[in-house]
Ligand binder design. Structure first.
Ligand code: GLU
Length: 419
């Protein structure tokens, strides 16, 4: 049996290469090869039928060199420690690529939220928050939504934390509902950032967007918004998918209608139909002849097999870690430009940063200002990564790691090692 793919090891492989390209010594970055803090907690929940279930939860803080740790919390039946460690490290690199003053963290609970009632999810969230409370705080570690968590889950975390403190602490989480200090534009921010990334790439490569055909894997918070906004920008979306099915229409899919259908169908696309549309498998979507493939679901989707077969001309990673490291080598050999997750999906954490700043200022910014500021930050980051890509003749992923590691290693060096 083949050994399970280890995303943390894969992150380390890229990190070591980036350090070499930067001319860093092992001592310069060895601290960044392991997370600063790993917390595993048992989370007991009295289920609706009266029995007690004990879930495993994690909160990993990878680095706080550039500021408080920042990153989402996911609920998934298949998470493990190495995945959360990789996700936490990717948050460090993301925040550094876009140069916002955060380190990286990630949390998870191993559970299947689709089989749980709202009451069970609420108790799970509150108890998990209580268990990780000592390491949370607006100046320590600030969670946000991720796979299978949302604004409501953030509201429960904010309330639980605030109850322990004795006063409202909106800045302890981002991605909150607007009513309790959330930010305008946060819900769509990751997808909007993916759209900005595609526009930046199209400009650099001198492509004509009206001729580009796109496939998007995943139709959740990130995939559906990316597809919608790219469609509004004049790109043709010819394939979409979610856990229930894949859909293909060469004429271009009406994304607004598909979204409306999914909203009324337990968030699933299954059963949606347009003239000229046919159902395809997940593998068919990933290997379609398209100009841009946007994986916006989970990690480890573009495997060696898919990388060999895909006919996509460009890949833009909206999910975290969608490409395995050996698949990445194949994409490089095949000259398929791949905009890495740590650049392409930073829109979410950038607007999280805006939300946290607004909470600290007790002030609300308008949506136009938020979207313009997001575009500015993402364009600057894209330009910097692109320049390193050209100067050092490395892939966009390597260039993004070089930019990020340079910033984090410098911060670490300036601060020095305690004591
Ligand atoms: N979960 C999102 C991510 O992976 C957002 C993190 C945040 O806003 O802190 O980037």
């Amino acid at each position: 049996m083949s050994k399970k793919y280890n995303p943390y090891q894969s992150m380390l492989n890229v990190l070591d290469k980036a350090a070499e390209k930067l001319g860093l010594t092992y001592d310069d970055y060895v601290c960044l090869r392991s997370p600063e803090r790993e917390l595993t907690v048992s989370v007991p929940v009295v289920m609706d039928d009266g029995h007690t279930e004990v879930f495993t939860g994690y909160r990993i803080q990878h680095s706080s060199s550039r500021g408080p740790c920042k990153g989402g919390i996911r609920y998934h039946h298949d998470v493990d420690l190495d995945e959360v460690k990789a996700l936490a490290a990717w948050m460090t690199w993301k925040c550094a690529v876009v140069n916002i003053p955060y380190g990286g963290a990630k949390g998870a609970i191993k559970c299947d939220p689709t089989t749980m009632s709202e009451g069970e999810l609420k108790r799970l969230t509150r108890r998990y928050t209580a268990m990780i409370l000592p390491i949370l705080g607006p100046e320590k570690d600030i969670p946000a939504p991720d796979v299978n968590t949302n604004a409501q889950v953030m509201a429960w975390i904010m309330d639980t934390y605030s109850m322990f403190k004795g006063y409202a602490v909106p800045g302890v989480v981002t991605g909150k509902p607007l009513e309790i200090g959330g930010s305008l534009g946060r819900a769509e921010a990751t997808g909007r950032g993916v759209m900005f990334t595609v526009l930046n790439l199209v400009e650099k490569m001198g492509l004509d967007k009206s001729k580009l055909r796109i496939a998007v894997q995943g139709f959740g918070k990130v995939g559906s918004v990316s597809a919608k906004l790219l469609n509004e920008e004049g790109f043709k979306i010819i394939a979409i998918s979610d856990v229930s099915c894949g859909l293909y229409n060469e004429k271009g899919i009406d994304i607004n209608k598909a979204k409306e259908y999914a909203d009324n169908n337990k968030n699933l696309l299954k059963g949606y139909h347009e003239e000229g549309m046919k159902e395809i498998t997940n593998e068919e979507l990933l290997t379609l002849d398209v100009d841009i493939l946007i994986p916006a679901a989970l990690q480890n989707q573009i495997t060696v097999d898919i990388a060999k077969k895909t006919q996509a001309k460009i890949i833009v990673e909206a999910a975290n870690g969608p490409t395995t490291s050996d698949a990445d080598e194949i994409l490089e050999k095949r000259n398929i430009p791949t905009v890495p997750d740590i650049l392409a999906n930073t829109g979410g954490v950038v607007v999280s940063y805006f939300e946290w700043v607004q909470n600290a200022q007790f002030f609300m910014w308008d949506e136009k200002y938020i979207n313009i500021s997001l575009n500015k930050i993402m364009k600057k980051a894209f330009d910097e990564v692109w320049q390193v890509h050209l100067d050092k003749k490395v892939t966009l992923r390597m260039a993004a790691y070089i930019v990020a590691l340079d910033r984090v290693a410098s911060a670490k060096k300036i601060r020095g090692i305690f004591p």
